[in-house]
Design a protein. Structure first.
Length: 837
């Protein structure tokens, strides 16, 4: 009798079926979860039922570790990081959770024995799109790394009912479809009906004398709603540490409902409920002016108020007293969206806990840190004073007081410098009076960081220069990173397996510097052949997917040239299009022109209200239509637009890319993280000296990176002296021919006006200096082509790119935050059962 068949003796330790990690336990758990949670059995289960059963099976194992983590964190009084972010772009949970649990192989085998298509089960998951782009994805990578590094942390955010819209392409135009991601239920979250907090809006403030005869302020709000917690456990890789992502959903405060019902105002009660629920209804797309978006401000306050109240509750339940709050928690503001947390913590300490200003300010200031993610003036948040006064009158008073005390400091330090005082004030006085959220965030934080070296430098020397003059020690840099679990292991399992083979095991995935060991194989022809086969396989997968979704045939022999990121003028997708048009014209002029065959692949969403970006999508698709159907091109080049670029689709793109387009105007992209994801998957970069490109180039070696274009300093000079795109248009016949071809109507069925807004903007204004970098870009693309003609050379460069990307793990970034900014230590949870790690 084999070991598996032998009945267990009652004294032999049994593997718990509900949370066991063996294939047998997983099979049983799977069937149980299909039946006991969903009332389904194999014969009638839909693909979604099958996915849910798998998700519950993984979740049970998360919860078991979560309880152990929570108990340890509570008893040890560990210092905890609270990451405050309005966005989390998590991506699908299932595959990542299995990897982090170390049971991917066992789960696959269990599925096969149950005659399930494991890949189809994974595909069934709809991702939570609770973010716009890089910033939200960064928050998700950071949550993954915090758990992997065993640092106690809570991520706080909003449980949007509708995340970022789904993108469809119709007649070449972007069409937005609402993202009803909760429609079929969310197996990864646990609702916490008992963890809810009141959130107030409107009304007025009153002065009164307290029991000790001290003057105090009280806020008499006009409206109260409540926020309820939904918790998602986040497990680290190769550890049993589980952290919490706590997202708030808005709802009507029950007492109010009943009150209205009692006095007979049934419709009023229903109305209040709808109004309350609206607050966490929808994620706002960025790249659109916030002006007048009152609901957005309500959202921001909603989630920070719930989060700060929750932190205080947790603190008082464990260590207390309130005076030691900042020893228990450090709170990171992910951009200025949560900056009202500073005023909210002050309010609670002053008005609810009776503290005096100095003490409350000391705690607040020691609690918060702020990350800036943009230099673009239109993305720097400000809120009209009048709106704050109406919605959050007490917070405005507090902001005024913070400002007054702060400006007194400025006046002492910089005597009689009124211009400086006006520049630094938390209140902008030009035009309608505005609260400058970045200034509030800097004044209320003890550390401020940018997200790449160049960006941090520009933060210090441009937008926050005055603040840097005052408090140089407050400013620092932490270059972004991405999770190698998500962006290698989950996205590119073939590459992951090869790396594990070279490194001997999977520990590289939490110690990414081990990728260096690939270097010794960079010139080995056999290894190179395997490397190329992995890339080709990913290209075939992508080609199949694209053919099925878009009808465009891509040939894996072509160089896959990919630009996938939000569509924005500063990212210069139009520069890429001009190169495509140039290539097309060369083919037309000389069909025998010896070209490296290329597939130009784009992906990205445009903000629904950003016309220029939407027109760019139309242009890409219009150019694709003409080129892909031109018999003279004969498939040498192809242009394709991947619809609905999100984490899941990104996972199809990164492994398949040969070339990564990182071509923003220098000084505009704070960091970029797509640049890291591509390079980690063996794509070479064509890029400017912008954001983290600079550090990536330094890491992988200048000879393994296709650099072009002006640097940030040159850009600043040229703009200062008066940049005239017109001169480039007239001075460069090829450039002129490319732009004229767009204007000719060739790509728009003869309509010569369709793309005029775009070409006129380029020729007359060109704020992102596309024309100035055009020629350098074409030259760099020539270098790309000649390198690609030499497969041994290209493969070597590709291997070296991956080998040298260790620095860009989000684990490294989190280690820097932990050591330099947060002063937190790992707290390992005792390991339970054996896994694949
Ligand atoms: N849009 C930056 O533009 C950066 C991420 C994360 C961005 C991008 O360069 O990599 O943040 N900024 O730091 C904002 O969202 C404000 C982004 O994603």
């Amino acid at each position: 009798m084999s070991k598996a068949q032998r009945p267990k003796s009652p004294c032999e330790p049994r593997e718990p079926t509900r949370t066991g990690m063996s294939k047998e336990a997983l099979k049983q758990a799977y069937i149980d979860n299909l039946f006991f949670i969903q009332g389904r059995f194999r014969e009638v289960a839909t693909p979604h039922d099958l996915y849910m059963a798998a998700a519950f099976t993984a979740r049970d194992r998360l919860l078991e570790r979560w309880v152990r983590s929570a108990q340890l964190f509570k008893s040890s009084h560990a210092r905890t990081v609270c990451y405050l972010s309005a966005e989390y772009l998590l991506g699908p949970h299932l595959a990542k959770t299995l990897i982090n649990l170390g049971i991917t192989q066992a789960a696959r085998e269990a599925a096969e024995e149950l005659e399930l298509d494991f890949t189809a089960v994974l595909e069934e998951e709809e991702e939570p799109g609770l973010g716009n782009g890089g910033l939200g994805r960064l928050a998700a990578c950071f949550m993954d790394s915090l758990a992997t590094l065993r640092i106690p942390a809570i991520g706080y955010g909003i449980r949007y009912e509708f995340g970022i819209f789904d993108q469809r392409i119709e007649d070449g135009w972007q069409v937005e479809v609402s993202d009803n991601w909760l429609r079929n239920g969310n197996p990864w979250e646990i609702p916490r009906p008992k963890i809810c907090f009141p959130v107030c809006y409107g009304g007025h403030t009153e002065r009164y004398r307290d029991a000790d005869d001290q003057w105090r302020t009280r806020w008499v709000p006009a409206m109260v709603i409540q926020g309820m917690a939904y918790d998602t456990p986040i497990l680290g890789f190769g550890t049993d540490n589980v952290n919490l992502l706590r997202l708030w959903k808005s709802e009507a405060a029950e007492s109010l409902d009943f009150q209205a019902f009692n006095i007979g105002d049934y419709y009023g009660a229903v109305h209040a409920k709808i109004e309350a629920e609206t607050i966490s209804k929808i994620l706002y797309p960025n790249d659109e002016p916030e002006a007048g978006k009152e609901l957005r401000l309500k959202q921001q306050y909603f989630f920070v108020s719930c989060s700060i109240q929750d932190m205080i509750r947790l603190h008082l339940n464990t260590v207390g007293p309130i005076e030691r709050f900042d020893r228990k928690f450090v709170a990171q503001l992910n951009d200025t969206h949560p900056a009202l947390a500073i005023a909210e913590l002050m309010r609670l300490l002053l008005d609810e806990h009776g503290m005096d200003w100095e003490q409350a300010w000391g705690i607040t200031h020691r609690t918060f840190c702020y990350t800036n993610h943009t230099l673009l003036p239109e993305a720097l948040e400000t809120w009209p004073v009048a709106l704050l006064e109406r919605l959050l009158p007490r917070h405005l008073e507090i902001i005024y007081e913070i400002n007054q005390r702060f400006l007194d400091q400025v006046r002492i330090r910089f005597f009689a410098d009124d211009a400086r005082v006006a520049r630094m004030s938390l209140i902008g006085e030009d035009g309608e009076r505005q609260v400058r959220m970045a200034h509030l965030a800097v004044v209320g934080s003890h550390q401020v960081n940018g997200v790449a070296e160049l960006h941090s430098e520009l933060v210090r020397t441009t937008i926050l220069r005055d603040f840097h003059d005052l408090w140089p020690e407050r400013f620092t840099n932490v270059t972004n990173g991405v999770s190698p679990r998500r962006f290698i292991m989950v996205s590119n399992p073939r590459l992951g397996r090869l790396i594990s083979e070279v490194c001997g095991n999977t520990s590289w995935a939490r110690d990414l510097e081990q990728l260096r060991r690939l270097e010794e194989h960079a010139d080995d022809p056999a290894f190179q052949a395997r490397w190329r086969e992995i890339k080709s396989a990913a290209k075939r997968d992508l080609a199949d997917w694209m053919a099925a979704r878009t009808g465009v045939d891509l040939d894996p022999v072509q160089l896959f040239d990919v630009q996938a990121k939000r569509i924005h003028e500063y990212k210069r997708q139009h520069l890429n299009v001009l190169h495509i048009i140039r290539t097309y014209q060369r083919i037309k002029q000389d069909p025998n022109h010896d070209l490296v065959p290329r597939a130009f692949i784009f992906g990205g969403k445009a903000a629904p209200g950003y016309f220029a970006a939407k027109l760019l999508i139309k242009l890409i698709n219009a150019v694709a239509e003409v080129i892909n159907h031109d018999p003279e091109v004969n498939g040498t080049i192809r242009v394709a637009f991947m619809p609905d670029f999100n984490v899941k689709n990104g996972q199809r793109l990164y492994p398949a890319a040969d070339l990564s387009e990182q071509i923003s105007l220098a000084g505009k992209e704070a960091s970029g993280t797509g640049n890291m994801k591509f390079s980690m998957n063996g794509a070479l970069t064509i890029g400017t000296l912008d954001g983290a490109n600079i550090e990536i180039r330094r890491a992988v070696g200048e000879e393994n990176f296709f650099l072009f274009g002006m640097d940030a300093e040159t850009v600043a000079h040229r703009q200062a002296e008066g940049y005239r795109p017109w001169d480039h248009y007239h001075g460069d016949p090829e450039l002129r021919a490319d732009i004229d071809l767009i204007n000719s109507g060739l790509f728009s069925h003869g309509d010569t006006s369709l793309f005029r807004p775009l070409t006129d903007q380029l020729v007359n204004h060109d704020p992102f200096m596309v024309l100035a970098d055009y020629r350098a870009y074409l030259e760099a693309q020539e270098h790309v082509s000649s390198a690609y003609r030499d497969p041994a050379r290209w493969t070597r460069m590709s291997i070296l790119n991956v080998a040298r990307m260790g620095h860009f793990s989000s684990d490294r970034a989190i280690r820097e935050y932990a050591e330099r900014i947060w002063a937190v230590e790992p707290l390992p949870v005792e390991s339970g059962q054996e896994t694949e790690h």
